[in-house]
Ligand binder design. Structure first.
Ligand SMILES: C[S@@+](CC[C@H](N)C(=O)[O-])C[C@H]1O[C@@H](n2cnc3c(N)ncnc32)[C@H](O)[C@@H]1O
Length: 286
């Protein structure tokens, strides 16, 4: 477990903290990003996911957990609990397979059906399938290249034979795949961050389908404490890349209107950087 790794000493922690703040500040001042659908399509469908589909790195692995951990043994400064640690990328991602499953498990309730909205290339779904092969999984994403890669990935490892992987546009209430989430446990993981100007619409679209329970794990500014310097890199990073900041407010507004009930708010206890923590809000329709 990564908790057992030594914490970074104060001088190194200060170095990475300063570097993160300086980079985010530079981005804010010099290269302001507006995260609209063109930016998202070029970063994901035409960027990371097109490259992954083309390279098909899963073909180099026989076991899903080896693919998920990867072979990169270079150093990664990450955040585990409230500590900065330096570990290898491989150690971090091997640990993350089970850490994600442990985190999600209590929210799945009795249902064995779990849906990820914005599943990208299926990395999280493959982690869940590896930890609990009995889960019935579904994943939906805007990116055709992401979904094509996810289908190849699951076919290659032969796990979750019944898995459904298909496209969705979360901003489109009439999308034909939206009804698939009815009465199921649903999660989003670093997906709504990409749709900062449509948060109200997306949450209302999800709510309308009456899922059983919804877990959002998204970077944001909620749950950050101004008095804690360790939170400052998160705050500045989220602003500098134009990630969403309205999710908690939107859900709390719907709770005040009697449409849903917030079950829990908490921070994801692990992050592969010191500047992009997952803020979790878990809710159920009323
Ligand atoms: C940062 S990636 C996260 C992928 C995956 N959740 C993971 O953790 O590996 C963000 C994903 O959100 C998807 N996305 C962006 N806008 C979307 C939309 N309107 N509807 C559905 N998915 C969307 C992107 O295509 C991309 O795959």
């Amino acid at each position: 477990m990564l908790e057992a790794f030594p914490n970074l000493g104060l001088p190194k922690q200060t170095f990475y903290w300063t570097k993160s703040l300086a980079k985010s500040l530079g981005r804010l001042l010099v290269k302001r990003v507006r995260r609209d659908s063109t930016v998202v399509a070029s970063e994901y469908d035409g960027g990371h996911w097109a490259k992954l589909l083309n390279e098909a790195p899963w073909q180099n692995f026989n076991k899903a957990k080896d693919y998920l951990a990867g072979v990169d043994s270079s150093a990664l400064v990450c955040r585990i609990g409230n500590q900065y640690k330096k570990v290898t990328k491989q150690d971090y991602y091997r640990d993350r397979i089970y850490a994600l499953s442990e985190f999600i498990a209590p929210y799945i309730l009795d249902t064995r059906r779990v849906v990820e909205l914005g599943c990208g290339t299926g990395y999280n779904l493959l982690s869940l399938a590896t930890s609990d092969p009995e889960l019935q999984l579904e994943g939906y994403d805007l990116s055709p290249n992401g979904i094509a890669a996810a289908r190849q990935l699951f076919k290659h490892f032969g796990c979750s034979p019944g898995i459904v992987l298909d496209q969705i546009d979360l901003t489109l209430a009439s999308h034909p795949n939206f009804p698939a989430i009815h009465n199921k446990a649903v999660f989003t993981f670093f997906c709504l961050e990409q749709i900062p100007y449509s948060i109200d619409k997306v949450v209302e679209n999800i709510l309308r389908q009456r899922p059983l329970r919804v877990v959002h794990v998204e970077p944001g500014v909620d749950l950050l404490r101004a008095g804690n310097p360790m939170d400052w890199p998160n705050w500045l990073y989220v602003r500098s890349v134009d990630y969403q900041t309205q999710l908690f407010r939107c859900i709390e507004r719907l709770e005040s209107a009697g449409q849903l009930k917030v079950i829990e708010r908490r921070r994801l206890p692990f992050s592969p950087t010191i500047q992009n923590d997952g803020m979790c809000i878990i809710w159920e329709p009323i």
